[in-house]
Write a protein that binds this ligand. Structure first.
Ligand code: GUN
Length: 295
């Protein structure tokens, strides 16, 4: 058996078409243009390419976007002042500070300074807390993308054994939390594995749905999954450079062998990545609607 390939590229495209319609309607009916600012500190190449992709996608959907790029030695104070300035800018509905930040800046302090109503990354503790409680909030983009991908691919999560590998605040913890919520896309029995898990293979082999966000290239092999599993690979690992200077990417799952056993699997690239950016756009539109009292 060879797995069905769950294309994030195709699913993201469909959601973007829906968003384009929403953005055009907001402009026409309410003269409202959603606005996003991305803030990048330093010159991390992966971050540069993510931020460029976010701004390009915003532009293509008719979302106003500003890209602020600051030198690596920017002070925490200056960054906090920039966040405050955008908190007070009515054109801007969403603020995204690209992570990781340089070591001399306290990441939590910066994220906590973002107005929770403009926190389109869903990283502010107010939004994290609301997510945990199952209340309406900004959901973090990658976990939300994973959920949407499962939903739109017709994968039943209710009652499923879901195993998540990786306990980061950005992916592992929120994915686990969202998949156990009592609502569509949730209702799963969730196990969260991490670097101290005693017998990882025991857990991964039980999974009906395996979500891997460990940040280790090709970590999960075919002998660690069961026949018929649905695999969502969140890993984006740069494993080399092509002759033309493009990064060569690999997921956390050994795609070629695992796809022979899985019922469905996401590729890297073209899996979760495009969904992350798309959910950021969805959150930005939601932020604009909320700011205008439309929801
Ligand atoms: N770095 C890696 N993923 C993300 C993300 O989703 N948002 C931000 N702001 N930084 C990231």
């Amino acid at each position: 058996m060879s797995a069905k390939i769950i294309s994030g590229t195709e699913t993201a495209k469909a959601i973007r078409e829906e968003l384009k319609v929403d953005v055009a309607a907001l402009k026409k009916k309410h003269n409202l243009v959603p606005g996003l600012v991305t803030i990048l500190v330093g010159e991390n190449p992966a971050s540069q390419s993510y931020v460029a992709a976010k701004n390009k996608t915003a532009h293509n959907l008719g979302i106003y976007s500003e890209q602020v790029t600051l030198p690596a030695d920017t002070s925490e104070e200056d960054l906090l002042a920039l966040v405050a300035q955008h908190n007070n800018d009515p054109k801007i509905h969403g603020i995204l500070v690209q992570l990781p930040l340089p070591k001399h800046i306290n990441e939590a302090k910066v994220l906590y300074a973002i107005d929770p109503g403009k926190d389109v990354d869903g990283f502010h503790p107010v939004n994290v807390g609301k997510m945990m409680l199952g209340e309406q909030c900004f959901l973090p983009c990658t976990p939300h993308g994973v959920l949407e991908l499962l939903l739109r691919s017709g994968v039943e999560t209710s009652g499923a054994e879901v195993v998540v590998v990786g306990r980061s605040n950005i992916v592992g913890k929120p994915v686990a939390n969202l998949m156990l919520q009592k609502r569509e896309g949730g209702n799963a029995t969730v196990t969260l594995c991490h670097t101290r898990t005693r017998d990882m293979d025991f857990h991964t082999r039980r999974a009906d749905i395996l979500v891997v966000a460990a940040g280790v290239a090709n970590m999960i092999k075919a002998d660690q999954v069961k026949e018929g599993v649905v695999v969502i690979d969140v890993g984006v690992n740069r494993i080399g450079m092509s002759e033309s200077g493009k990064a060569i990417l690999a997921g956390d799952v050994e795609f070629d062998s695992v796809k022979e056993k899985a019922a469905a699997i996401t590729p890297v690239p073209g899996g979760v990545g495009p969904m992350t950016i798309t959910m950021l756009m969805k959150n930005t539109v939601q932020a604009a609607r909320q700011s205008a009292g439309l929801e």
